[in-house]
Design a binder for this molecule. Structure first.
Ligand SMILES: Cc1ncc(C[n+]2csc(CCOP(=O)(O)OP(=O)(O)O)c2C)c(N)n1
Ligand SMILES: [Mg+2]
Length: 349
């Protein structure tokens, strides 16, 4: 979506000519994710969305910085969770795939049969999300091992998880396996201070989740997940190290969930003072401030990006709303993974 397209020459900024271009491209993905999710939340409140709506508000910088710097065309993988609208789109998911899945269109990758966040396109490096926390690590491990068996050792898999998800057995088993197999895996832990209403003091006893990296024998990073530049630089390094064969990288981003667990939750258990504390800021507002302060963009330009994005989102949603739902009498209810149904391709008539 950003007009600032990657140039093949630069390396430090992963295909972008300079820091400004990379930063603004990421910022514009963040704006798209924020505006799209606000629209989806409004539709949810109007009763137009079936199932839950979970927002990545406050986590866009951390999510986009990983998704944008992985290389879909090269064969990299990105497995996002419920707060990764930004990362998914920055990696390569189209706005129409997102809109169609939320609105139950038969034209979407899940043929309108699986809702909202459980969407993906495995053949394009995006496995469909499994809700059971921690399990996506093993899924990406398996995809990376399959690539390895086919001689591809230069692809990287990105997988995201929350602070709560790191307490599961599946997360431990997956990360341990990736470490032992030295898989090119980048694990992004969005430590947003809550799992539903459980604060992190009841979630883990170590000082920082990145401290666990040593126990797995992997490299750990702990960063301010609201600082887009820090996110971009850290994920750039983590991806490059994984690609060079240095094994899994564990990146922990400190931030705050700026929404309820889902839109059904008003988050009244999160004290207002948290927003004034370190890592409690809004990464989209902070990125705007930095863009203005660095004279990388003017307020007018940013306002125009917002207006254009809003229009694009309205168009995508209107189009998805005008499309049919799956016809229960004609639809084949086989798993979407079966060959003839893969990723939304309709069965041969
Ligand atoms: C194994 C498992 N246990 C419980 C749940 C129910 N559940 C869904 S989201 C969630 C909270 C997740 O918190 P966290 O990992 O911190 O992610 P966040 O929602 O904060 O992004 C829970 C407990 C689940 N999906 N899977
Ligand atoms: Mg959490």
């Amino acid at each position: 979506m950003p007009s600032l397209s990657p140039s093949p020459t630069a390396s430090r900024w992963k295909g972008f000519a300079n820091e400004r271009e990379r930063f603004l491209a990421a910022y514009r993905w963040m704006i798209l994710a924020r505006i799209f999710e606000e629209k989806i939340a409004a539709l949810y409140r109007a009763g137009k969305i079936v199932g839950g709506v979970y927002l990545g508000r406050g986590q866009e910088a951390f999510s986009v910085a990983l998704g944008m710097q992985l290389d879909q065309a090269h064969g990299d993988l990105f497995a996002g969770l419920i707060r990764d609208q930004g990362g998914r789109m920055a990696f390569g998911e189209t706005l129409m795939d997102s809109a169609r899945t939320y609105l139950g269109s038969v034209e979407g990758p899940m043929r309108g049969r699986d809702g909202n966040i459980h969407r993906g396109r495995p053949t394009r490096g995006m496995p469909a999300m499994i809700s059971h926390l921690g399990t996506m690590v093993a899924v990406v491990n398996g995809m990376l091992m399959a690539k390895r068996f086919h001689g591809r050792v230069d692809v990287v898999g990105g997988v995201t998880i929350g602070d709560g998800g790191t307490s599961t057995g599946a997360f431990h088993e997956g990360l341990n396996q990736a470490a032992v197999e030295k898989l090119p895996l980048v694990v992004a832990v969005a430590d947003n201070q809550y799992a539903y209403s459980t604060p992190t003091c009841h979630q883990y006893a170590c000082a920082d989740l990145a401290d666990r990296a040593a126990g797995y024998g992997v490299r750990g990073y702990s960063i301010d997940g609201t600082d887009l530049t820090a996110c971009l630089e850290t994920f750039h390094e983590a991806i490059e190290r994984a690609r060079r064969g240095e094994g899994p990288q564990l990146v922990v981003g400190k931030l705050l969930r700026l929404a309820g667990h889902g839109e059904h939750d008003d988050a009244r258990y999160i004290p207002a003072r948290k927003r004034q504390e370190p890592h409690g800021g809004d990464c989209v507002a902070l990125a705007r401030e930095k863009a203005l302060k660095s004279a990388w963009a003017s307020a007018k330009e940013i306002d125009e990006w917002h207006a254009q994005t809003q229009e694009r989102v309205e168009e995508a949603v209107a189009r998805a709303q005008s499309e049919p739902e799956p016809n229960p009498f004609r639809e084949s209810w086989h798993a979407l993974a079966t060959k003839h149904l893969a990723e939304g391709t309709p069965p041969a008539q």
